[in-house]
Design a protein around this ligand. Structure first.
Ligand code: ATR
Length: 286
C-alpha cells in the first residue's frame, strides 16, 4: 500500500518499458515487508543531465540506471564505489546526505550468480566474447577475482585492446586480445562469457560462435542474456557437454544487491529463491 511514508525508488533508462526490475523490486519489498515502491523513470537523452538534481529534489531514495546511461551518470556523481570507477559504469545509486553514491551491482550480481552455481573465478582461464560495456565489466570482475588469464575475443580489435589497457592499469593479469577470425582455442578454458547482444530476443537464431568444436575445450559457458533463457550459444554449448549458465541469475542478484544497499538489509536465500521462481516463470526456457 502506498502511503505518506512510502519510500520511492526507480529505474532510469531509455527505454524502460520492457524492464522487469519493477517486478523484482516490488516483489522483494513485499516479501521483505518494506514500505517502498519502485517505478520506471523514462529519461529522454536531452534530460539526462538533470536526473540527479531532480531525483534528489524529489527525495528519491535510490535508483537503478540502465542503457544508455550507465557511463554518463557515473561522470555526474560525487561519490562512486572504487570498483564501479574501474568498470566505468554504475547501475545502482543510493541517496546520501549530499547527493547520490554510485555502485556497480551488475558485476557483483554476475559474481554471485556464479557462486550460486558453485563456480569461482580465482585461477580460472577465461574467454570473453565481445568488446562493449558488458565485456569490460566482465573482464574487470575476472581480473579483480584473480582469474589465471583472460582472452577477449571481439570483432573490433581496438575496443578489446582498450579494455585490456584499462584492466592492466589496475591488475597484473595475462590478457590476450583476438578477433573471431584468428581465434583458435589451444588450451582448455574454464569459463567462456558471451557478452554481445547476439541471440537476444527476437534474434534468437544468432550466435557469435558458429563452430561446435569451439565448445570442446570449454567447461562452463555463460551467456549474459536472459531472454531467451537458452540462447543459440548456450544450446550449442550444452550439446557439447558444457555446463551452461544464463543471465537470469545475474539479473536477479544485481537487483538483490541493489535492494540490500538501499535498505541496509540482508535478503535471505529463501526470498531470493522466491523471486528467482517468479522470473523463471516469466522467462521460460525454450
Ligand atoms: P554493451 O555495452 O551492452 O556490452 P555494446 O557496447 O553495444 O553493448 O557492445 C556489444 C558488443 O557486441 C560489441 O563488442 C560488438 O562488437 P564490435 O565491438 O565489433 O562492435 C559485439 N557485437 C554486436 N553485434 C555483433 C555481431 N554481429 N558479430 C560480432 N560481434 C557483435
Amino acid at each position: 500500500m502506498i502511503q505518506g511514508t512510502t519510500k520511492l525508488f526507480g529505474l532510469v533508462g531509455h527505454p524502460v518499458e520492457h524492464s522487469c526490475s519493477p517486478l523484482i523490486h516490488n516483489t522483494l519489498a513485499s516479501l521483505m515487508k518494506l514500505d517502498m515502491i519502485y517505478v520506471p523513470l523514462h529519461v529522454y537523452p536531452e534530460n539526462v543531465n538533470q536526473v540527479l538534481k531532480g531525483a534528489y529534489a524529489l527525495n528519491i531514495q535510490g535508483m537503478n540506471v540502465t542503457v544508455p546511461y550507465k557511463n554518463v551518470i557515473l561522470q555526474q556523481l560525487e561519490d562512486v564505489d572504487p570498483f564501479a570507477v574501474q568498470v566505468g559504469a554504475v547501475n545502482t545509486l543510493k541517496k546520501t546526505q549530499t547527493g547520490y553514491k554510485g555502485y556497480n551491482t551488475d558485476t557483483s550480481g554476475l559474481f554471485l550468480s556464479l557462486i550460486s552455481r558453485g563456480i569461482t573465478l580465482q585461477n580460472k582461464t577465461v574467454v570473453i566474447i565481445g568488446g562493449g560495456g558488458a565485456a569490460r565489466a566482465t573482464a574487470m570482475l575476472c581480473a579483480k577475482e584473480k582469474a589465471a588469464g583472460i582472452t577477449i575475443c571481439n570483432r573490433t580489435r581496438n575496443k578489446a585492446e582498450m579494455i585490456k589497457k584499462d584492466i592492466l592499469q589496475h591488475y597484473d593479469i595475462p590478457i590476450n586480445v583476438v578477433t573471431p577470425d584468428e581465434f583458435i582455442l589451444q588450451n582448455a578454458v574454464d569459463l567462456c562469457f558471451q557478452t554481445t547482444s547476439l541471440g537476444m530476443h527476437p534474434k534468437v537464431k544468432e550466435s557469435p560462435v558458429q563452430n561446435h568444436t569451439f565448445f570442446s575445450a570449454v567447461k562452463v559457458a555463460v551467456d549474459l542474456i536472459y531472454n531467451p533463457g537458452k540462447t543459440k550459444f548456450l544450446q550449442m554449448a550444452q550439446s557439447n557437454h558444457c555446463t551452461i549458465i544464463n543471465g537470469l541469475g545475474m539479473l536477479l542478484y544485481q537487483a538483490v544487491q541493489a535492494f540490500e544497499i538501499w535498505n541496509e538489509v540482508k535478503v535471505p536465500p529463501d526470498v531470493v529463491e522466491q523471486v528467482r521462481e517468479l522470473l523463471s516463470e516469466r522467462y521460460q526456457w525454450i
